[in-house]
Design a protein around this ligand. Structure first.
Ligand SMILES: [Zn+2]
Length: 62
């Protein structure tokens, strides 16, 4: 009885140790994806503001 409980406990402990780095990797991947999404969303806005600034300064580009 005690040995069976110990094996189950050991398995749970092992699973927890193996799960933590996986969760860390998933969290890092999510943060990286969010950063990339923010870059892709912000890049056209920065380009547009620079475009408008060029036109306001009297420089035609098209
Ligand atoms: Zn233009």
């Amino acid at each position: 009885m005690a040995t069976a409980n110990n094996t189950v406990h050991d398995r749970v402990e092992q699973a927890r140790v193996e799960l933590t780095p996986t969760q860390l990797a998933v969290g890092l991947a999510l943060v990286a994806a969010l950063g990339f999404a923010l870059l892709f969303v912000q890049e056209p806005m920065v380009h547009d503001s620079m475009h408008n600034f060029r036109h306001a300064a009297g420089i035609t580009c098209h």
